[in-house]
Unconditional design. Structure first.
Length: 627
């Protein structure tokens, strides 16, 4: 009876389960249950002692427990061997297969096709798995993967942190967490997890590549290149490392080096199309006729995955635009966006409702009543608006001032806002993101501002008094930003809506811009953004200023002086020579901001106007305004 009770308590009370199993006698089953309970209670060494005599068993559970204990003790090779046996004796076990795949990743070993396929199916169906054991860090890791597959990034992070709280040395969970942080562009946090893993497994090139990506997201291009050198020394023919190297060199302004790196990636993996788009995304690069032919041939590859086809169509669209072959260019862009639209659906009606609800929840009195809330420290400068509107240019200008540090596009405020909203909904204090604003308390506003400044401090590399966060999507966080950070300066950047819309439609975004893949949806999104910006201008008053891209082109010095006054800064001549600033720029406009201002991009969309009618109509523009 005590052994049966011990099994029931394994997940909920492993300490009591251990005591009951040990009291059940010296039998093999009692020994196994006691070991499983010990591991869940954190006594890994005790679990391994009890399991050692069972090493010749053919019971898959014994070897799973051995593997999990070895993994929790940072004995990753022994864990791999044990998980291999568990999977061999029970190929249907989801937890054994998932744990085995994790150990392969930690040790830099490729999965067999069968295990890779099983892993994908397990993650996709993980939310429906029975027998979830929340006392077991390996199960928490599987739950995190399932949550991530369903789009639950916050839930996945919580589960991985819980797994590591129980098993700090569990390499597979640490790797998953580092990959999640890298995906979210949280460079310092990714680095804090990935660097120790790479030091523990110096022969795994993928870990050095992950360290490089984390450095790149954190703005340290030199460190990223050094980590890539290590990765490439271990695996010189890994196309992915050359691709990331191209990104790092592009951020540093070395266009020639970036081109060579991207072409090396293509030579190693001709079946991967993303480097073609990376070449196009350099903006100042122009394809040769033989490149056009190579991309066209690649599009004819049988069974070409939709994501790869989209990269090629976007790249060919850019190439033909440069060649003034407009009909062909627009055909490729339409095809590219149709493929992306199928992969990344966007509910524009829901977004419009969110914007309307946000505006309704934040009249001028909302801000007046909360004027003394938040963290009062000065420093943040938020540049908001639509992507491709000139935000990187404004940041580069400000970051050329000796009192300003540019931090590029930080995901931190959006992440904090999402976590805070999720918590309020979970507590029943709000039903959605807009209603959460009314539920916000003064202590919560202060905590939110403090959390943001603490996170930003990890990526700062100077002690300059101001820093720029130029994530355009913070436009939709402005109400929360104002309440949490009352001393923040806000700069809203805009551009001719047709020019901006066309630029968005021609861009193959890495993530998060699903609205841009349909001309009507894009137009409606731009109108909603403009309405929200106008509303926030009224509520935020002098804390927010506006600048149009065209205004900067027409009167650079006057516009720059006005922006600096808004930030409380004296004029600095070097801000007009922003293109000489050697700082790394990690956005898609990296090469454009290294050139003096010019008018070439102002009317490029007009040549393609015959294909942009749905965009113009959705923007509410009359026909005579787009000719």
């Amino acid at each position: 009876m005590s052994l049966a009770r011990a099994k029931v308590l394994l997940s909920s009370d492993p300490a009591q389960a251990r005591d009951l199993a040990l009291a059940a006698g010296p039998g093999l089953e009692a020994r196994f249950v006691a070991a499983a309970a010990m591991r869940r209670a954190g006594d890994v060494a005790g679990a391994l002692r009890l399991l050692a005599p069972l090493a010749q068993s053919t019971a898959w559970g014994v070897h799973y427990e051995r593997g999990a204990a070895h993994a929790m003790a940072a004995e990753d090779t022994a864990a791999l061997d044990a998980f291999n046996l568990a999977h061999r004796f029970n190929p249907q076990s989801a937890i054994a297969a998932h744990a085995l795949a994790g150990q392969h990743a930690v040790l830099g070993q490729a999965l067999s096709p069968a295990l890779a396929q099983a892993q994908q199916q397990i993650v996709a169906q993980g939310h429906a798995l029975a027998g979830i054991d929340r006392a077991d860090p390996c199960w928490l890791r599987l739950l995190a993967a399932a949550s991530l597959a369903q789009g639950g990034q916050d839930a996945a992070e919580e589960l991985l942190l819980a797994a590591l709280a129980r098993a700090p040395a569990l390499s597979a969970a640490a790797l998953d967490l580092a990959l999640l942080y890298e995906r979210q562009q949280r460079g310092p946090e990714a680095l804090a997890v990935a660097a120790p893993l790479a030091a523990r497994h110096p022969g795994n090139p993928a870990l050095h590549g992950l360290v490089a990506a984390a450095h790149l997201h954190g703005g340290d291009v030199d460190a990223a290149l050094a980590a890539l050198d290590t990765a490439l020394a271990l695996s010189p023919d890994e196309a992915g490392f050359w691709h990331v190297r191209g990104h790092a060199l592009a951020a540093a302004g070395d266009v020639a080096g970036a081109v060579l790196a991207y072409r090396r990636a293509l030579a190693l993996r001709p079946d991967q199309a993303e480097p073609w788009w990376s070449l196009a995304n350099l903006k100042t690069f122009h394809f040769a006729p033989e490149d056009h032919a190579a991309m066209t041939a690649a599009l004819a590859t049988p069974g070409l995955p939709p994501a790869q086809a989209a990269h090629l169509h976007f790249a060919l669209g850019r190439a033909l635009l440069d060649a003034q072959e407009l009909a062909g260019a627009m055909d490729h862009l339409h095809r590219a966006n149709a493929l992306r639209r199928a992969q990344v659906p966007f509910d524009i009606a829901a977004h419009e409702a969110f914007v309307a609800d946000t505006m309704a929840a934040t009249p001028a009195s909302f801000f007046t009543a909360r004027a003394t809330w938040g963290d009062p420290r000065p420093g943040p400068v938020f540049i908001v608006g639509l992507p491709r509107s000139g935000s990187t240019l404004i940041e580069q200008i400000l970051a050329s001032h000796p009192a300003v540090e540019g931090l590029s596009e930080l995901a931190d405020f959006t992440l904090l806002a999402r976590q805070w909203t999720t918590r309020l909904i979970r507590e029943g204090r709000a039903r959605d993101r807009a209603s959460a604003l009314a539920a916000l308390t003064a202590p919560e506003a202060r905590a939110l501002g403090e959390a943001y400044l603490e996170r930003v401090a990890r990526v700062r590399q100077t002690d300059r008094p101001l820093f720029v966060d130029k994530a355009p999507g913070n436009l939709f966080n402005l109400a929360l930003i104002r309440v949490a950070l009352p001393q923040a300066r806000i700069i809203h950047v805009s551009r001719d809506p047709m020019a901006c819309g066309f630029s968005l439609y021609a861009q193959d975004f890495a993530d998060g811009q699903g609205y841009s893949y349909d001309l009507v949806t894009l137009g409606r999104y731009c109108r909603a953004a403009a309405a929200l910006a106008a509303h926030m201008h009224k509520g935020l008053g002098q804390a927010m200023t506006a600048v149009a891209y065209e205004e900067l082109i027409d009167d650079a010095e006057g516009t720059v002086r006005r922006l600096l006054r808004h930030c409380g800064l004296p004029f600095a001549p070097e801000t007009l020579r922003f293109f000489d600033n050697p700082r790394a720029v990690r956005t898609i406009s990296a090469q454009q901001v290294r050139q003096p201002l010019h008018r070439q991009g102002l009317s490029r969309w007009q040549a393609c106007a015959p294909w942009l009618g749905p965009l113009a109509q959705a923007l509410g523009l009359a026909d005579d305004k787009i000719r």
